[in-house]
Design a protein around this ligand. Structure first.
Ligand code: NI
Length: 257
C-alpha cells in the first residue's frame, strides 16, 4: 500500500477498550501514517468525556459528544443537561453519534430512541453544531426526523439506497463511507460511492469496527482508510490522493476545522 497523506477520519472510537493496550503509543504515531485529523465520537456520557480528553491531548484530534441509540436505555435522567455541559468543551465539533438503531431487541423502545435523538438534534442546532447520525435498520424514521428538523451533519456508515442518499444530499447533509465499500458482497454501498457528489463525501473508519478488506474482522484504525480511499477512487475513476484531499476539505468544512 502506497503512503498517503490527507487522511481525515471523520468517525472513530479510540476510547474503545480495543485500544487500551497501546492507545498512547498508537495515537502519538498516527500522524506519521498520513492522518491529518480524527473526529472521535462519543457513545454515552463517559465515552464523550473520554473523547474530549483525547482531543485535549492530541493536536490532530477533535471530539463529538452524544448518546448513541444503543446507549439510550442506560442514559441517566439528566443526560441532556450533562451533555449540554460537555458541548461547551474545547475542540467539540459535533453532536454524535446519535440516531436510531432498530437492529437489537435489547435497545431502548423506538419512542425513547426517537425522543433522545430529537432532543440531541435540537441541542446541536441551538449551538450551530453538525450532527453525526447512526441509522441502523431505521431508515424511514431517521429520514422523517431529518426532514422535520433539517440539521446539518453526516449520515455515517451510510447503509441506505441511492434514493435515500439523494434525499440526504437534498437536505444538505453529507454521506460517510468506510470499510463496507470494500466488502466482497458490497453492492449498494458501491452504488452510493459512485453516486454521491464529490463535495458531499466523507471517509471514516468507525474503528475499532468495520475494518476494510483485506483486514476485515481485525481491529480497524485510521491508517486503513487508505484501502477505503483506493476502492472508492477506483469506483469513481479518480485517484486515492485526489479523493483523500477532497474528503479532507469536506470534513474541514462540515466540522469547521
Ligand atoms: Ni460509530
Amino acid at each position: 500500500m502506497a503512503e498517503y497523506r490527507n487522511i481525515f477520519d471523520s468517525h472513530a472510537h479510540y476510547d474503545d477498550a480495543a485500544f487500551d493496550e497501546d492507545r498512547e503509543v498508537f495515537l502519538a504515531e498516527l500522524p506519521q501514517k498520513g492522518i491529518c485529523n480524527v473526529v472521535n465520537c462519543g457513545s454515552d456520557l463517559d465515552s464523550s468525556r473520554a473523547s474530549i480528553e483525547l482531543a485535549a491531548k492530541y493536536p490532530y484530534f477533535y471530539a463529538a459528544a452524544g448518546i448513541h441509540p444503543e446507549c439510550v436505555k442506560d442514559a441517566p435522567a439528566d443526560a441532556m443537561e450533562q451533555l449540554e455541559v460537555l458541548l461547551s468543551s474545547p475542540k467539540i465539533v459535533a453532536v454524535g453519534e446519535i440516531g436510531l438503531d432498530y437492529h437489537f431487541e435489547e435497545n431502548a423502545p423506538r419512542e425513547e430512541q426517537i425522543q433522545l435523538f430529537e432532543e440531541q438534534i435540537q441541542l446541536a442546532k441551538a449551538r450551530d453544531l453538525p450532527i453525526i447520525v447512526h441509522d441502523r435498520e431505521a431508515h424511514g424514521d431517521t429520514m422523517e426526523l431529518l426532514r422535520k428538523h433539517r440539521p446539518k451533519g453526516v449520515v455515517h456508515c451510510f447503509s441506505g439506497s441511492v434514493e435515500m442518499a439523494k434525499e440526504v444530499l437534498r437536505l444538505g447533509m453529507y454521506i460517510g463511507l468506510g470499510g463496507a465499500v470494500t466488502f466482497k458482497n458490497a453492492r449498494v454501498p458501491v452504488e452510493v460511492a459512485a453516486a454521491v457528489p464529490a463535495e458531499r463525501l466523507l471517509l471514516e473508519t468507525d474503528c475499532p469496527y468495520m475494518a476494510p478488506v483485506p483486514f476485515r474482522g481485525k481491529r480497524n484504525d485510521s491508517s486503513l482508510i487508505a484501502w477505503v480511499a483506493r476502492r472508492i477512487a477506483e469506483i469513481r475513476g479518480t485517484t486515492p490522493e485526489e479523493l483523500l484531499l477532497l474528503t479532507r476539505r469536506n470534513a474541514e468544512t462540515l466540522f469547521g476545522i
